[in-house]
Design a protein around this ligand. Structure first.
Ligand code: KIV
Ligand code: ZN
Length: 390
């Protein structure tokens, strides 16, 4: 059976760039946008044009440049926002306006001091107005994660009628559990009249570390777009991480879902975003962290040296990492030591390895990690004779 496609909507340049200290200039944004296009994302959310003249200029420049992906601009349900967003993306080959409004009790009561009916009215007005500029209009129901499903379904039905092509169901505060978020998507699929005319989209924040799990629950239950960022950056604890959802769908083929991402570009794209934003990637970050394919305990190293798949579920080449690394620490065993020694030219017999291992342990107890330079010293001071070169 052919796999269903899950669209990847990248919001690194909008939700990701909202992170304090991560601001980019137009040139940097263009470089990232080109890379995202090459990576194969379906939609690039380029910015929020009404927010500043600089952001408007960046969205316009990205619209001029991007060849394949849809270029999307964010707006509130405010006429001026929508008009400016439309102007910024007017040169895009595939333009999209992303407009919306808060739908949860607290947004309606405290942010808008409005009634539910007024919220629906504003939502419909915004979509109708956006439709006068572009065919492709995405509607977001901000704080949908905490919005009651019955009201959310009413909003969705009305904005589809007004012409929305994509319905974004954000878990803005990262509150939902995966079962709950999945059930929300299922409820909308089953209860919104006209839902077949629109794509449901997951936009999950990571306040409880569940953004990726929630997005996957969303697509299992019928959503067909995931909004995400490279390295999972974004407001507060961040957004769903692009590299994680892409690799989850790839590594679990029975889900019958696929993306268009060229996974071999994931590692380089992660580095580009991290360096441009000055936002380091945590070493234990899934897929792209420095330790994602590094093995340091003796038992794991022995297993990986015998067969990589013993402790790895992803081939590092598939995400653009050259090879798994065997890190030498005081927890490493003889197998790892022999492997690393061979890599730098020493073929050790069992007896020689025993001697080198003793020296190695005394070094390793004093140093966090033994590098190649240290290893040369260790072998040379271990009294193992001269016939050790591979
Ligand atoms: O998290 C959120 O609700 C958003 C919307 C503006 C789409 O980023
Ligand atoms: Zn968001």
């Amino acid at each position: 059976m052919a796999k269903d496609k899950v669209l990847i909507f990248d919001t690194t340049l909008r939700d990701g760039e909202q992170v304090p200290g991560c601001k980019l200039n137009t040139e940097q944004k263009l470089t990232i946008a080109r890379r995202l296009d090459e990576l194969g994302v379906d939609v690039i959310e380029a910015g929020f044009p009404i927010s500043s003249p600089g952001d408007f200029a960046s969205v316009a420049a990205i619209s001029d440049t991007v060849e394949n992906a849809t270029v999307c601009a964010l707006s509130r349900s405010v006429e001026k926002d929508i008009k400016v967003a439309a102007e910024a993306i007017s040169n895009a080959k595939r333009p999209r306006i992303h407009t919306g409004i808060g739908t949860s009790e607290s947004h309606i009561k405290y942010k808008f001091k409005a009634t539910k009916e007024q919220i629906i009215e504003r939502a419909v007005r915004a979509v109708t107005y956006a439709k006068s500029f572009v065919e492709d209009v995405e509607f977001y129901a901000e704080d949908a994660g905490r919005t009651d499903n019955e009201f959310l379904a009413r909003v969705c039905e009305k904005v589809i009628k007004a012409g929305a092509t994509v319905l974004n169901i954000p878990d803005t505060t990262g509150y939902c559990l995966p079962d709950e978020y999945g059930a929300k998507i299922k409820y909308l699929k089953e209860n919104v009249r006209g839902i077949e005319k629109a794509i449901l989209s997951c936009h999950c924040h990571n306040d409880l570390g569940l953004a990726t799990a929630n997005s996957i629950a969303g697509v299992i239950n019928g959503a067909r777009q995931i909004e995400c960022t490279v390295n999972g950056i974004g407001e507060r604890a961040g957004n769903t991480s692009l590299e994680e959802v892409v690799m989850i769908l790839r590594q679990h083929p029975y889900l019958n879902l696929e993306t268009s991402i060229n996974t071999q570009l994931l590692y380089d794209t992660s580095s580009l975003v991290s360096e441009s934003m000055g936002m380091p990637v945590q070493p234990n970050k899934a897929i792209v962290g420095a330790n994602a394919f590094a093995h340091s305990s003796g038992i794991h190293q022995d297993g990986v040296i015998k067969n990589r798949e013993t402790y790895e579920i992803i081939d590092p080449n598939d995400v653009g990492v050259n090879e798994s690394s065997i890190v030498l620490t005081a927890r490493s065993g003889r197998a790892a030591l022999a492997y690393r020694a061979k890599k730098i030219g020493y073929e050790l017999t069992k007896l020689q390895l025993d001697k080198v291992y003793t020296t190695f342990l005394s070094f390793a107890d004093r140093k966090k990690e033994i590098k190649d330079d240290d290893l040369h010293v260790i072998v040379k001071t271990s009294d193992v004779g001269t016939s050790i070169f591979a």
